[in-house]
Design a protein around this ligand. Sequence first.
Ligand SMILES: *Cc1c(COP(=O)(O)O)cnc(C)c1O
Length: 461
Amino acid sequence: MSMKYISTRGGMDPIGFQEAVLTGLAPDGGLLLPQELPETSGHLKDWSQLSYKELAFEILRLFVDIPDGDLQNLIEQGYKKFRHNEIAPLVKVDDFYVQELFHGPTLAFKDIALQLLGPLFSYILEQRGGELNVLGATSGDTGSAAIHGLRGRKHIKIFVMHPRGRVSPLQEKQMTSVLDENVFNLAIEGNFDDCQNIMKSIFGRSEFKKSYSLGSVNSVNWARVLAQMVYYFYATFRAQGGDIEQKVQFSVPTGNFGDILAGYLATRMGLPIEQLILATNENDILSRFFNSNEYSTRQVVSTLSPSMDIQVASNFERYLYYRVGSDPHKIRSLMEDFSKRSRIDIAPLAPGEEVISAANSNTTQTLETIRKYKTNHAYLLDPHSAVGVHVAERKRIAGIPLVCLATAHPAKFSQAIIQATGEEPHHPILDALKDAPTRCENLPNDEVAVRQYLQENIKLT
Ligand SMILES: *Cc1c(COP(=O)(O)O)cnc(C)c1O
């Protein structure tokens, strides 16, 4: 019997994995979760010796309805563009580990999930027939990881809107230099909210959405969370140094709660994690929640770690589901409350019950952290990873191996690095983009124009 998926809000009959991947958001507005999380404690000893891809296979096969041989194939394809043979290697820095999640094509952690999602989508569409036209809006990072994940894939086209002239020149280049025929970059004459509003209103037209097979690859897609679980297992085995009982702690630079959710689920599956340190920048809704049990939104401010500049963390509902005892009725009423009052209050857990602890790092602390590790340990952190390391310094439990997740290569955020160290970091992939040819369509800030563009470029058969 293969795993079935349910909605956090309870309003959906259980569905299989392939359908869950295509569905994204549940029809009742909830998020998809496996009906039951598998217990992995009994496997840890055997798994501790596996390579990254072998481990990915063992973990993913617990969750999917795909034959083993096909799954192995998908994992091979998904990770073939990584430039490090360990995929997500650990580096010893000072007395802890940094796990580098940025060896994929766009030099950021989203590649770990989105590189796998490309072949997975193609495979599912081949099994079930049909095509998929992904529409997205980006302020930078996710758009380029999605484009690189889906470029050249059969049965798939991807349309990504970005606010014209308002994403960093480097991020724009990373997107528009992808010339594959199935990739469409749309520069919208407006800001990021305008792009998101266009996307929402197009997705709100259910007839249009259906006839043009529109879908998305946003961070709530279950396959993305699943792919991210693997590196927690991989890092735990290495940080344990041979003792599979040894507990480990992680520090996770957090925005939409997708990365740390994967660690939380791994903990629930029996991986010996003592603590997950949730690190935010000045946009600290999540660290406020974990310190005061109150989830309330404020204005988003721009920081040096833009991929963590969020207001509402889209994956948080999955955590809440477990937090309220897997009760979909409670989730439904909490989320209704939230949409009315923009806040959620829930009772605190008993001391020692919560595996997540949280704090934030401000701009000064983040810059200081980058400078300090460069000077004292010859290791260059990007501003997102530096937020995680700074918060870990304050929150770590002594005597327990610590892994700090590094979510981007420093050369992607060179302005912050120059500010911190006075030196400009480089990466050959990014340097090569300077002279790369580009393709991009300029469109007005107008839903009708975007819809027309989609119609012209998606040929109905
Ligand atoms: C997306 C992203 C994050 C935040 O991850 P979430 O899953 O949204 O919490 C952190 N750092 C970088 C570089 C990212 O791209």
